[in-house]
Design a protein around this ligand. Structure first.
Ligand code: MTE
Ligand code: MO
Length: 442
C-alpha cells in the first residue's frame, strides 16, 4: 500500500515497460549514446546544481571558519603545518570565547549541509555522466582547459565528501592526515567550482529560460520528454521512454538529502533528536548517570594508565612561578559551575554542566594575570594531548579546568582527574587528562 502510494507520488508505473527507442550501436558504456535516460539534460543538471551550490557554500564557509576556530597559528594547534599566504589572516582572526554555542552551530551546519549534499552530488554526476565520453575528447585549447577543470572538480568533490564521511565514522584507512587532506582538497574543489560556475552560469540561465525552473516537475512519467541532444552532451542521443518522471527522480534525491540532513541534525542538536543520529558513531546514548554523553576517545584508546590518574596525580602550573596542586587542593579552591557544550569537529555536540576551577584563577596562582596564551599538556603524549588557548579563551570567567560534570566526578573516559572546558572552543581543544598548564606572556 505504502509502496504503491510512493510509486504514485513519484510517478513510477511498475507495470510500464520501457518503449523501445532508436537502438544505439552495441558498443558498451564508454560512449555517449549508451546513456539513454530521457531525464538527463541541461534542465536537470541546472536544477540539481542550484540545490547543490548553497549546500557547498555553507560547507566551504563553515570549514574555513572552523579552521579559524582552531587558532592554528598558536603553538600546538596547527594541523596543517604552515598556512602559507593565509597565515596572517588566521593570526588576525582570534576565535572568541564569546557565544558558547558558536562552534557547535558552525560544525553542525558543516556536517548537516555536507551529508545533505551527497545524494544531490551523486545525482548530478549521474546526470552528466555522458559528458565523460565526449568525442573528440579534446577539441581546442579552451575545451581542454574546461575538461581539466572538470576532472579536478569531480575528483576534488568526491575526495572532500569521501574523506569527510570517513572522518565522521572515525575511520582512517588512508595513509595521510585527514585534516590537511580535507582542507587542501577543499581549496582545489572551490577553485575548480568557481571556474565551473563562471563558465556554466549562462547554460543554467538558458535551461531555466527555455524550460522554466519548475515546469518540468509538473510532467508525469508518460509525458516526460527528452531534451534535444544538441542542447548539451548530457542529453541522450538515443533516448528511451522514461521509467520515472523528473519529479519522481528529484523527489527521491530530495528525500535522501533531507533524510541524511536530519540524521546529522540529530547528533548536533541532540536532546529528543539524538535518536535520529543513526549514522553517527557517537550520536547515541552512553549508559546512564551524570557521565552519560558521547566519548570521543576512551582513556584506554588514548593510552592513559590508571596509575597516572590516581592519588599521585598532580597538576603542574607554570607561568611567573611553578607549583603543583593535588586534586583535593584544586577542589578546595573557589569552584565555578557552567553549562557549556562540547562541540566536536565531526558535527556532534552535547551540552553538560561542568564544575571546576576557572582557568583565570589558575593563571593568577601561577603569577600571570592576563596571559597571551595558555599551553595545555595532557597525560596523553600524542598530538591530541596538546592545545594552545588564546587570550580570550584563557581569561573568560566561564573557562574551566573541570573536575566534575553534572554533580559527579569526571569519569576516566571524560578526562578524570581534570579537563579543559572553554566556551565555543572546538571539541578537540577541550583537552582531557590534563597534566600541565603553562600561562605565557604578560
Ligand atoms: N587528551 C585528549 N583530549 C581530548 C581528546 C583526545 O583524544 N585526547 N579528544 C578531543 C575531542 S576530538 C573531543 S570532541 C572532546 C570530546 O570529549 P568527550 O570524550 O568527553 O566527549 O575531547 C577532546 N579532548
Ligand atoms: Mo572531536
Amino acid at each position: 500500500m505504502l509502496i504503491r502510494l510512493l510509486q504514485r507520488a513519484f510517478g513510477i508505473d511498475p507495470e510500464a515497460k520501457p518503449l523501445p527507442g532508436p537502438q544505439p550501436p552495441d558498443r558498451g558504456p564508454f560512449r555517449r549514446d549508451f546513456w539513454r535516460s530521457p531525464l538527463r539534460g541541461p534542465w536537470l543538471a541546472s536544477l540539481l546544481s542550484s540545490a547543490l551550490l548553497p549546500l557547498i557554500l555553507i560547507c566551504a564557509l563553515t570549514g574555513f571558519v572552523s579552521h579559524v576556530a582552531y587558532d592554528s597559528e598558536l603553538g600546538a594547534n596547527s594541523v596543517t603545518g604552515d598556512d602559507g599566504l593565509l597565515t596572517p589572516i588566521y593570526a588576525a582572526l582570534d576565535w572568541p570565547a564569546g557565544w558558547a554555542w558558536l562552534y557547535a552551530v558552525n560544525q553542525g551546519l558543516h556536517v548537516i549541509a555536507g551529508l545533505a549534499a551527497i545524494p544531490i552530488l551523486l545525482a548530478k554526476l549521474w546526470t552528466v555522466i555522458p559528458k565523460l565520453w565526449e568525442r573528440p575528447a579534446l577539441r581546442s585549447l579552451a575545451h581542454a582547459l574546461e575538461r581539466v577543470s572538470l576532472a579536478l572538480l569531480v575528483g576534488a568533490s568526491l575526495f572532500v565528501f569521501f574523506t569527510g564521511v570517513l572522518n565522521i565514522q572515525i575511520y582512517y584507512p588512508f595513509g595521510f592526515g585527514f585534516v590537511p587532506a580535507h582542507y587542501y582538497g577543499a581549496f582545489i574543489f572551490m577553485a575548480a567550482l568557481t571556474f565551473h560556475v563562471a563558465i556554466k552560469l549562462p547554460d543554467l540561465a538558458r535551461a531555466f529560460r527555455e524550460r522554466g525552473v519548475v515546469a518540468p516537475l509538473r510532467e508525469d512519467r508518460a509525458s516526460t520528454r527528452p531534451e534535444p541532444p544538441e542542447s548539451s552532451e548530457s542529453a541522450p542521443t538515443a533516448p528511451r521512454a522514461a521509467t520515472i518522471s523528473r519529479r519522481g527522480f528529484v523527489g527521491a534525491v530530495g528525500l535522501g538529502s533531507v533524510g541524511l540532513g536530519l540524521m546529522a541534525a540529530g547528533q548536533s542538536v541532540g536532546g529528543p533528536l539524538r535518536p535520529l543520529g543513526l549514522l553517527a558513531p557517537r550520536g547515541q546514548y552512553y549508559g546512564t548517570g551524570p557521565n552519560d554523553f558521547q566519548v570521543n576517545k576512551t582513556a584506554t584508546s588514548a593510552g592513559i594508565m590508571p596509575a597516572q590518574t590516581g592519588a599521585s596525580w598532580r597538576l603542574e602550573l607554570r607561568g611567573g612561578r611553578t607549583l603543583e596542586l593535588s586534586r583535593e587542593e584544586l577542589l578546595r579552591l573557589p569552584l565555578s559551575t557552567q553549562k557549556l557544550p562540547i562541540a566536536c569537529v565531526e558535527g556532534w555536540s552535547t551540552t553538560q554542566t561542568w564544575t571546576g576551577v576557572p582557568l583565570r584563577d589558575l593563571g593568577r596562582l601561577a603569577g600571570v594575570d592576563d596571559p597571551d596564551e595558555l599551553f595545555v599538556q595532557s597525560l596523553q603524549e600524542a598530538v591530541l594531548g596538546q592545545t594552545t588557548l588564546n587570550n580570550s579563551q584563557a581569561s573568560d570567567p566561564r573557562s574551566l579546568l573541570a573536575l566534575r560534570v553534572n554533580g559527579a566526578d569526571l569519569s576516566l573516559n571524560h578526562g578524570f582527574p581534570a579537563r579543559i572546558i572553554v566556551p565555543a572552543l572546538p571539541g578537540v581543544h577541550n583537552t582531557k587528562w590534563v597534566q600541565r598548564l603553562e600561562f605565557r606572556g604578560a
